[in-house]
Design a protein around this ligand. Structure first.
Ligand SMILES: [Zn+2]
Length: 300
C-alpha cells in the first residue's frame, strides 16, 4: 500500500515538475498570434516574418476565424472546410510555426458578433500573447473587415477579468499590429515596422504551395487565369514566385520603412518585405521595444 502511495506521489511530483518546466519554457518565448479571416491570409501577409520568428524560437500561432468553406468554384461546405484545414496545417508545418488553427465559422458570412469576439479573446488569452496581428477594418472583403473589427474589439477586453470569465485575463495588454493592405481610404496603411524577408521568401512560397485549393484552383479561377496554372507540379512554385507573391514591388513608403530600421544600404538590398502598422489600441511600443520584439531589425 505504502509503495503504491509513494509511486502515486512521485508520479504527481514528476508531472507537476514537468508541467512547471513546460510553463517556464512557454514563458521564456516571445508569443505571437496572428488572427485573420481565411486559411491563407496570414501566409500571404506575413508568411516570411512568421517563418523568421519561428526560426528564432518564438511561439507563433496562426488563427483563421472562418473555415474557408466558400472559397472554391466547384467544392464547398464541410468537405471544403476539411480540405482547407488540412492545407493550413501543412502550410503551418512548412512555415515552422507552432500551430495553424482554423475556427469553425462560415466563410463569406463573418460578422463582428459577440460570440466570435469571445472566441478571439480566448485565443489571445490562452496563447498568452505578447504580439497580436490582425487586419485593418477597411479591407475590400467583408470577412477581412470584420476579422479586423473582431481583433480590435478584443484588444482591450483581453485584460478585463469579467469579460469571457471562463478564460483567465492577460496580465498585460499585448502590442497589436495590423498586417499590410493596399487600401487608401479613410487612410493609407502606415509602414511602421518593415521586415526584409528575402531569407525566408522560399518558405513563404512553400506555405502557399500547400494551399492547393486556393493558389492553383480558386484564386486563378476567380481572376480568370486558370489556364495559366502549370499542369506539371514541379513548375507550380514558379507560378507562385512569378505571380501574386513574387511580383509585389516594394513601394517608396515601404522602402522608407526599411531604411528606418535597417539603414539605407541594407534596406536597398531587400527584394521582398512585409509591413506592419501599430494599432492605437493595446500597448504602444517604443522603437527600442520594437527592436527587442523583432531582433532581425538591425541597422548596418
Ligand atoms: Zn482572405
Amino acid at each position: 500500500m505504502k509503495k503504491i502511495l509513494f509511486t502515486i506521489l512521485s508520479f504527481m511530483l514528476f508531472s507537476t515538475t514537468a508541467i512547471k518546466a513546460q510553463q517556464d519554457e512557454k514563458d521564456d518565448r516571445i508569443r505571437v498570434i496572428a488572427i485573420f479571416a481565411h486559411p491563407d491570409d496570414g501566409d500571404a501577409k506575413m508568411g516570411g516574418t512568421a517563418a523568421m520568428l519561428a526560426e528564432m524560437g518564438y511561439a507563433v500561432k496562426f488563427v483563421s476565424i472562418t473555415n474557408g468553406d466558400a472559397g472554391h468554384h466547384e467544392e464547398g461546405g464541410g468537405m471544403l472546410a476539411k480540405r482547407r484545414r488540412e492545407e493550413a496545417a501543412e502550410a503551418g508545418r512548412r512555415l515552422g510555426i507552432d500551430e495553424y488553427k482554423v475556427l469553425d465559422n462560415h466563410d463569406g458570412e463573418l460578422l463582428p458578433e459577440l460570440h466570435i469576439r469571445q472566441q478571439v479573446i480566448r485565443e489571445i488569452r490562452t496563447w498568452n500573447a505578447d504580439i497580436v496581428l490582425g487586419l485593418r477594418p477597411n479591407d475590400y472583403h467583408p470577412d477581412h473587415r470584420y476579422a479586423g473589427v473582431l481583433v480590435q474589439d478584443a484588444a482591450y477586453m483581453v485584460v478585463v477579468p469579467n469579460v469571457t470569465p471562463d478564460t483567465p485575463p492577460l496580465k498585460k495588454n499585448p502590442v497589436f499590429l495590423f498586417m499590410e493592405d493596399r487600401f487608401q481610404k479613410p487612410n493609407p496603411f502606415s509602414h511602421d515596422i518593415v521586415i526584409g524577408i528575402d531569407e525566408t521568401f522560399e518558405k513563404k512560397v512553400d506555405a502557399f504551395d500547400a494551399h492547393e485549393s486556393q493558389v492553383y484552383e480558386w484564386l486563378p479561377w476567380v481572376s480568370g487565369n486558370l489556364d495559366k496554372v502549370p499542369d506539371d507540379p514541379s513548375k507550380r512554385k514558379d507560378f507562385l514566385r512569378n505571380g501574386f507573391i513574387g511580383n509585389q514591388k516594394i513601394s517608396e513608403a515601404k522602402r522608407q520603412g526599411l531604411v528606418k530600421w535597417y539603414g539605407t544600404e541594407k534596406a536597398n538590398s531587400f527584394k521582398y518585405a512585409e509591413s506592419f502598422e501599430i494599432c492605437e489600441y493595446g500597448h504602444q511600443p517604443t522603437d527600442e521595444e520594437i527592436r527587442k520584439l523583432f531582433p532581425m531589425l538591425v541597422k548596418e
